[in-house]
Design a protein around this ligand. Sequence first.
Ligand code: TYD
Ligand code: MG
Length: 462
Amino acid sequence: MARAKEKSAYVCQECGADFPKWAGRCTECNAWNSLTEIRLPSTATSHTTGPAGVSGYAGGNPQITLLSEVRISETPRETTGLDELDRVLGGGLVEGSVILIGGDPGIGKSTLLLQTLLLLQSRMPCLYVTGEESLQQVALRAQRLDADMQGKQGQLTLMSETSVEAILAHCARQLPRLLVVDSIQTLHTEGLTAAPGSVSQLREGTAQLVRFAKRHEVTIFIVGHVTKEGALAGPRVLEHMVDTVLYFEGDPGARFRVIRAVKNRFGAANEIGVFAMTDRGLKPVSNPSAIFLSRHEQPVPGSVITVTREGTRPLLVEVQALVAEHPGGNPKRLTVGLDQNRLAMLLAVLHRHGQIALYDQDVFLNVVGGVRVTETAADLPSLIAILSSFRDRPLPDGLIVFGEVGLAGEIRPVTGGQERLFEAAKHGFTHAIVPKANLPARPIEGLSITAVSHINQALDLL
Ligand code: TYD
Ligand code: MG
């Protein structure tokens, strides 16, 4: 048999795309000089019978079954003991699943996973692999945690290791049922020459972990840091390989931390969990609906409260706008916690259908508390906040607003309107501006509701 020729591929270190040939520029993301060579391990099947792709069809014993005959076993879920984590996971941990947990450095990934392991280790063998911190640092963190977790440190095993092969060799012998790898950026696989943290190492390391998880039914948490440049080369390239992707949102200095499931094969995507960072670790916040509201002594211009439904819970958040005159061309349009393109669209709608032009004004839009609002219900409140700042006129106390804005200037309904209104009434709001189609069938006690169907009606109200 002829010796299999070693093959190479070229992987872009920016976006993770791979190519059979080297080039100076990645055709996917247009980054210059980002392709590096990786050697593909020569496969066991011989390549003598033609190109690799063709001979690849020859081997293996594929399993073929009728769909109706596939046995479905109940996916048993293990609750982690942290309600908010269970919630984003879709009800608890699923055996053999791989969960990627990403976020800025210092936001609490290691803390959360250490707590989870301490809570679970009496029920299942757990292993915490640290490639980033020393064992002492992990122990010090554990010491800070709650007193009721102090007693649980006896059984948890730690491992300081960065070689994927070494980690998996150990796991194959000891078989933990829950494995935490902190972090994927520090791991390296022996088959590759690229530096730890490079896209090819991230992908290969993750692929090996995923294979191991599926074969041995081990649940694996993979920690990934989000890079400052916006996460392209970071954990994003791994999202399609794992079952669940959780991201920490918010700023590491703030008290509350939001974890969002951006992908979940075993639960609803976009579900959020809320934690408070205390001096004794992360504490779940089971009723977060009003924690993101800042209390102003007096109404301020540019501030509007809205009710969003991130995941399955209504959440009251404050949208703030600042409109400031911009000398010269190219005014700024910046958002924090909202979609920037959406802001551009809202300004165009305001110009075209509301006859209010802001092309000589900088417009900044912010959601208070570091939460991200991904749904369109924030359109109308954003628009009203912008106008309130532009005219320097505060909105009345006790007002909440929600609704989607269409390109024709129409106000479209959003899901769960009634539920949002109930939530607002519960927190003492007295007036609501909502899309006409969201008008509830029966009045809600304590809340006077104004329905609008076009932005002009909303603008007239102000
Ligand atoms: P860490 O979990 O190490 O974040 P990551 O792994 O995402 O980089 O650290 C979270 C931050 O929280 C760190 O700055 C220290 C702080 N912290 C607390 O405020 N209270 C605590 O009980 C612990 C353990 C950490
Ligand atoms: Mg960490």
